[in-house]
Design a protein around this ligand. Structure first.
Ligand SMILES: *[C@@H]1O[C@H](CO)[C@@H](O)[C@H](O)[C@H]1NC(C)=O
Ligand SMILES: *[C@@H]1O[C@H](CO)[C@@H](O)[C@H](O)[C@H]1NC(C)=O
Length: 526
């Protein structure tokens, strides 16, 4: 054998090639979004090859076993339990032989005696090799959380996995979580703000990604000071996803040089950031900021009191977003030093309150577009509000000429167009604006298509890149004329959406449009 092959690192490097690269979206599951998992991916054939290599000779054994055990994939701690003689037949009969893991119903570990002292070393035989661990939750692997009950023999303070780098903790309980929290962790995804988080001071030193999966709908209380303390002890964070934080935690975050993504998801009732006089240091390297909260108050406070000079993506989803607050939010965004970088803005107000008629209707359309003109890099603007967004031909022209890179523009006022504020953007205004944004592919807006002010036979202008048009709350009278204009001047459209306007003229427009796309030559007028 060549001398080079006696070097552990070289062999490891060679054996790594047996592991296929995983495309990032390979396993689309909601939990993947929060997942701590690496991009290592296993298929059964690479596992078989590694197992075979481990048996070739003593030199191959270590690196092959290291890789084989690095990631136990969806099986979590089961393979380790399989090393225990007493449990081996149970593990391998019930689970590992199943090809269709999702359908494993039985929980073999229910009612089984926990590990005994003398079985500990069998269980731990390969534990030091494990670097990526995903402890599944009951819905996808029914009963698998019962396995944790087998670990009672280990006292608090034991670190079962001294080299663990990523933990994906999916059971909605923290039973035995402490055994898994290792100081070597870089990525950690949890399902709640658990008391074990207080040990983060020791295990959090290297942590680069912390993700706490929290249901905004649950509104269940969590320990804010515990969460805040945990976040404050993480010095190397790059990615954070968690429920609302207090201002000391925000202050800490603003000082982290490598922090790039912040997602705040879920909150206690009420506002977290009461003190209005906090000044945060600029969030120098944060590129993505997302919120899913009951209201926008805290979001406005945060962005008003800091700067985000690298911000590319800003995303907000809130339950209630009155007109005034939407304007304040947009205004604060323009003041946070992101004008040269911001590419993506999405603001969505669900306004369940408005839907129930409890909210006073705004007596004016919201002026949210004009301030956004200061973002020349904008590629996507997606506003979905429960009040009318102010827009006319002139403003549309100004907006499109301010956003030369725009490719997606959705301006949706959900089904509540005030009769007093009829849409004023006409076809002429639309086409004048479209000349400035050759890359636009998707557009949603309210139009006045009653007033037909272009003649498709006389105009030579065509915008070919627009593929998707949602007419939202547009008004129209003459379906043939409207469809004629769309087909002649926007030949790239393959989806004409009129879901907001079921029944009436837009249904007819939709039918004529579909008919023409299927038989483009039937009517020579188009
Ligand atoms: C930030 O990232 C750089 C480059 O990856 C690294 O060298 C540095 O130690 C990190 N700083 C902190 C505080 O994590
Ligand atoms: C963070 O931003 C600063 C200033 O823009 C820059 O010098 C530094 O390289 C950035 N650090 C990382 C890790 O991107």
């Amino acid at each position: 054998m060549h001398r080079a092959l006696f070097v552990f690192e070289i062999l490891l490097e060679v054996f790594m090639h047996l592991i296929p690269d995983q495309p990032p979206d390979e396993k689309p599951s909601p939990l993947r979004f929060f997942s701590a998992k690496s991009t290592l991916s296993w298929d059964i054939s690479s596992r078989k090859s590694l197992a075979a290599l481990a048996r070739v000779c003593k030199t191959f054994h270590e690196p092959a076993m290291d890789l084989l055990w690095a990631d136990t994939d969806d099986y979590g701690i089961e393979p380790l339990l399989g090393c225990v003689k007493r449990l081996h037949p149970l593990v391998y009969q019930s689970c590992l032989n199943h090809h269709d893991r999702q359908n494993v119903r039985d929980s073999w570990s229910q009612g089984i005696e926990p590990l005994s002292e003398h079985e500990v070393h069998q269980f731990l035989r390969h534990a030091a090799r494990v670097r990526y661990l995903s402890v599944r939750w009951s819905q996808t692997r029914p009963g698998s959380e019962f396995h944790l009950n087998l670990l009672t023999v280990f006292p608090i303070g034991t670190r079962l996995f001294p080299r663990l780098q990523a933990l994906d903790w999916q059971p909605d309980t923290n039973i035995k979580l402490h055994l898994f929290l290792s100081p070597t962790l870089r990525r950690c995804a949890l399902t709640g703000v658990y008391s074990d988080l207080k040990t983060i001071g020791t295990f959090g030193r290297e942590l680069e990604s912390l993700s706490i999966w929290f249901f905004v709908e649950s509104k269940s209380p969590y320990d804010l000071s515990l969460l805040s303390k945990a976040v404050r002890s993480c010095m190397r964070l790059k990615h954070l996803r968690c429920p609302s934080l207090d201002s000391t935690a925000w202050k800490h975050l603003s000082n982290l040089p490598n922090l790039t993504t912040i997602t705040i998801y879920g909150a206690l009732d009420g506002f977290m950031l009461k003190c209005d006089n906090v000044i945060f240091t600029p969030f120098l390297n944060v590129t993505s900021l997302s919120f899913r909260l009951p209201s926008a108050a805290d979001i406005i406070t945060v962005i008003r009191h800091s700067e985000f000079p690298s911000l590319k993506k800003f995303r907000v989803m809130v339950d209630v977003l009155p007109c005034l607050e939407a304007e304040q939010l947009v205004h604060a965004l323009t003041q946070c030093n992101a004008c040269d970088t911001l590419e993506y803005v999405s603001v969505e107000g669900f306004d369940s309150v408005a839907k129930r008629g409890l909210n006073k209707r705004s007596d004016k359309p919201s002026a949210v577009i004009k301030p956004l003109l200061c973002f020349p890099q904008l590629r996507t603007l997606d506003l979905s509000l429960h009040h009318t967004i102010y827009l006319d031909n002139d403003l549309l022209l100004e907006a499109m000429s301010s956003w030369p890179h725009i490719h997606t523009l959705h301006l949706r006022s959900e089904n509540v167009r005030h009769p007093q504020f009829q849409p004023t953007v006409t076809f002429r205004g639309l086409f004048a604006a479209l000349r400035f944004c050759p890359h636009l592919t998707a557009l949603s807006l309210d139009m006045d298509a009653v007033n037909i002010d272009v003649d498709p036979d006389a105009e030579s202008f065509q915008h070919t890149s627009l593929h998707y048009l949602d007419v939202c709350n547009s008004i129209a009278k003459d379906p043939e004329a409207v469809t004629g204009i769309i087909l002649a001047m926007l030949p790239g459209i393959w989806e004409l959406n009129n879901r907001g306007r079921k029944g009436g003229v837009w249904d007819e427009v939709g039918e004529i449009f579909e008919e023409n796309r299927r038989h483009p030559n039937v009517d020579s007028r188009w």
